[in-house]
Design a protein around this ligand. Structure first.
Ligand code: URA
Length: 434
């Protein structure tokens, strides 16, 4: 067998068998397959696709390309959550403590943010003292004692994906359903949870701009999960505009804490309750959505979710000060308003442009080695459906570099579409795929 034949076969639209896929994944992991051949193969997959069996084989071969976490010694059904990536998506911070407070253990390995979407690990790391790099024993001990722990995905977990993703990122081959599905599911399978809840984002700020594409991705991932013996549910949610009102690390932590205090923005609250409810169903705590959502709301409004959040933060060395308005999180030195220059309804708020602007301010990374400024970001005051007059504040930039004010303000203005007519209401939850 040689790599050239495998690339040719895929280029010509044929299916690769399991042995060829394992050979390819081994070559990616151990470096025997040069980057130019991996790139050629990824481009062939981009154009020719993969059938369901090939995609599953790829996901499984990647999942077992490195270490595989064994959580079986922790009692109970361990449930994991994964978002395909969005702007202002801080639901993990809200959902994990609620689910843990209900008695479902959550062992969460999260990635750092890349590109216009934020990363959960960066949000936790913006809490003073919070440690995201921890040993595996410490991590699992905390899951047993607190019910939840969060660490950055490190070590030798899914090395094939690490290499393949880095190549896809620079060869315009990220947006391929079989490659995205196998990349995400390989990491979920290797992370050891028994059940998986996926939040598949749809819209301008997501990988999938169209609902049909997102549904195909969701179905592919649910099928991979099931075949791997992991019960998997996917929630399709809107990412045409940012979730909540805050984009940027400490800003998002503050909003998540506000949400756990029952004061969250409606969209963040709605999605968090739905995701947490499905996690209770997957964790075997509840049999239906109504019962699960009732349970989650009780935990939220009684403060038990917030108490669990604090337990998790303290267990990982972090601290927040509830006597201060910003909970002791670092703040940017400059706050600059962006004003509407027109009158009418906001008919669109481009999540991609907002995410990209936040990244440009320093809230995210263009490359994995870039340093993040936790305090910077964008506070969004007006969203789709709101009516504005010229001079109304659309958003507030939180920045540390004056030189970025002008470009960022222009970008924010370009993200807003203002029209005379009220836009149609769009649901936040678009579909559930089980
Ligand atoms: N997130 C991943 O982990 N992999 C992809 O390919 C896309 C999004």
């Amino acid at each position: 067998m040689n790599f050239q034949d495998i690339i040719r076969k895929k280029r010509d639209g044929k299916s690769l068998d399991e042995i060829e896929i394992k050979y390819l994944v081994k070559g990616i992991s151990d470096g025997s397959l040069p980057d130019y051949q991996v790139s050629a193969w990824a481009m062939a997959v981009y154009f020719q696709g993969m059938d369901d069996r090939e995609t599953r084989d790829l996901a499984m071969a990647m999942a077992y390309s490195g270490d595989v976490v064994d959580l079986s010694f922790i009692p109970g059904i361990k449930v994991d959550k994964h978002s395909t990536g969005g702007v202002g998506d801080k639901t993990t911070l809200v959902v994990i403590p609620l689910v843990a407070a209900a008695g479902v253990p959550v062992a969460k390995m999260s990635g750092r943010g890349l590109g216009h979407t934020g990363g959960t690990v960066d949000k936790y790391a913006s809490i003073p003292g919070f440690q995201v790099e921890r040993g595996f024993t410490e991590f699992t001990n905390q899951v047993q004692q607190v019910g939840a722990a969060v660490i950055s995905q490190s070590g030798n977990l899914v090395p094939a994906d690490k290499k393949l993703y880095a190549i896809r990122d620079v060869t315009a081959t990220v947006e391929s359903i079989p490659l995205i599905a196998s990349s995400i599911m390989s990491k979920k399978i290797a992370s050891g949870a028994d059940s998986i809840l996926l939040d598949v984002k749809v819209g301008s700020g997501a990988f999938m701009n169209e609902q049909q594409e997102a549904e195909n991705l969701a179905r592919t991932m649910v099928e991979i999960g099931k075949r791997a013996g992991r019960q998997t549910i996917a929630v399709l949610s809107d990412m045409d505009q940012p979730l909540g009102r805050m984009v940027g690390n400490t800003l998002e932590v503050k909003e998540a804490v506000d949400c756990l205090r029952g004061q969250g923005p409606d969209d963040l609250l709605e999605l968090s309750v739905v995701l947490a409810s499905y996690m209770l169903i997957l964790g075997g705590k509840c049999s239906g959505l109504e019962e699960a959502s009732c349970c989650i709301k009780k935990l939220l409004y009684s403060g038990q979710g917030l108490a669990k959040f604090n337990e998790l933060v303290q267990a990982q060395g972090g601290s927040l000060n509830y006597n201060l308005e910003n909970y002791g999180l670092i703040e940017a030195t400059i706050k600059r308003k962006v004003l509407a220059d027109d009158q009418g309804f906001i008919s669109a708020l481009d999540a991609y442009r907002i995410g990209h602007t936040a990244m440009m301010l320093g809230a995210g990374r263009e490359r994995l080695e870039d340093r993040i400024d936790y305090a910077v970001g964008i506070e969004i005051l007006k969203k789709r459906g709101d009516f504005v007059y010229p001079g109304d504040v659309l958003a507030v930039l939180h920045i540390n570099d004056e030189n970025k004010i002008e470009t960022a303000s222009k970008e924010i203005l370009r993200a807003y579409t203002i029209t005379p007519n009220r836009p149609e209401n769009k649901p936040l939850i678009l579909d559930i795929i089980e």
